[in-house]
Design a protein around this ligand. Structure first.
Ligand code: KG4
Ligand code: ZN
Length: 338
């Protein structure tokens, strides 16, 4: 079986051609980072318009790399939940149109299931059942993943996503967008104990996260309470590094603490991690240390499959096997379904 997968849930336009196995025959991603940089965050309307311009070239490129004819495809898969409404609509409309034009069945996939499946794509064994941690600009949540297509929500952020906190702190510090990689780079030479930032909700008997207090703590540290003007900051390189390292460590400590708690609560023996923030080096090292100490297995998606991509849409093969295809009236579901 050969499928085309389409991903346009946020600000990455991506397509891939995947054969059963799963084996990646072709994959292309067009990122919109430069379009959103001056707003220091993803602007939904800008994202949707950019998807419209990029989606067909990206699909063409994936098919060209795979060196197949569209007639060779057995199905068209598209992520239809969760995500930005306009962005999702572009991907779904493209998928439906091609399904009709090429006379192929359509299958809609869950973007969060796909993020966890990115771990399966890089692991020779079977990753399920596992605890899934998805940590990105839009999500920070834990799931009991019974199979590739059965996820139960265990807990998640009650305010900002971890990636959003990185992006906001990067913006306060005037670092290039997106803040995650920039803050992380600046943190490399810093002392993670220089500032004692809050680890909200850690130690409480549930699996929720909160990062808005941490973001506010960084703001108070920079300009003081009630102030929003970051244009006069005068930090030395070491002060910047210490602040970034302390912030990053606080985020990492929350993610590691709740992941360990989720492993204990579910009794599962494996933790699988996906989403853009999973590319973070300090997080990867801290999770590896926790896995070692507590004796659970750990699979973190490779960095290029952490950020949004269509290769992880290979989860569609499992979806087809278990639940068949979707009809052409399948819709988008922007909200996080618990
Ligand atoms: O999964 P993703 O590409 O898009 C969604 O949000 O769905 O994740 C993007 C997020 C951004 O907030 C970005 O700042 C963050 O992932 N990110 C990182 C790193 N690389 C990307 N955060 C921390 N450290 C990184 N190395
Ligand atoms: Zn994502």
């Amino acid at each position: 079986m050969i499928i085309l997968t389409i991903e346009s849930t946020c600000d990455e336009t991506a397509a891939a051609v995947i054969a059963s196995g799963p084996q990646v025959l072709g994959a292309a991603v067009a990122t919109q980072t430069e379009l959103h940089a001056r707003f220091q965050g993803v602007v939904p309307e800008v994202a949707a318009r950019a998807h419209v311009q990029r989606i067909l070239p990206v699909i063409d490129e994936a098919i060209r790399q795979a060196d197949i004819d569209p007639a060779d495809l057995d199905a068209i898969a598209v992520a239809n939940t969760p995500g930005l409404a306009g962005s999702l609509m572009v991907g779904l409309t493209a998928a439906k149109t091609l399904a009709v034009a090429w006379n192929k069945p359509l299958v809609a996939v869950n973007h969060l299931q796909a993020h966890i499946y990115a771990c399966q794509m890089s692991d020779p064994g079977e990753i399920y059942p596992c605890v899934g941690l998805i940590v990105s600009g839009g999500h920070t949540s834990l799931y009991a993943c019974h199979s590739a297509t059965e996820l139960d929500y265990l807990g998640g952020t009650i305010d900002d996503a971890a990636g959003e906190a990185f992006d906001k702190v990067g913006a306060m510090l005037g670092l290039p967008f997106p803040g995650g990689p920039s803050v992380s780079r600046a943190a490399a030479a810093g002392n993670p104990k220089a500032h004692d930032f809050p680890r909200s909700l850690v130690g409480e008997d549930h699996l929720n996260f909160s990062f808005s207090g941490l973001k506010t703590a960084v703001r108070y540290c920079l300009v003081g309470p009630g102030k929003q003007d970051f244009s006069q900051l005068d930090l030395s390189e070491q002060q910047l590094a210490d602040l970034c390292a302390s912030f990053e460590q606080a985020v990492v400590d929350c993610l590691v603490a709740k992941s360990r708690q989720a492993i204990r609560q579910t009794g599962f023996s494996k933790l699988c991690v996906g989403g853009g923030v999973a590319a973070n080096g300090r997080l990867r090292a801290a999770l590896a240390e926790a896995a070692d100490r507590d004796g659970f297995g750990l699979v973190i998606a490779p960095p290029d499959l952490c950020t949004d991509n269509a290769v992880m849409g290979a989860v569609a093969l499992e979806q087809i096997e278990r639940h068949g295809y979707d009809s052409l009236d399948v819709d988008i579901h922007p909200g996080l379904q618990r």
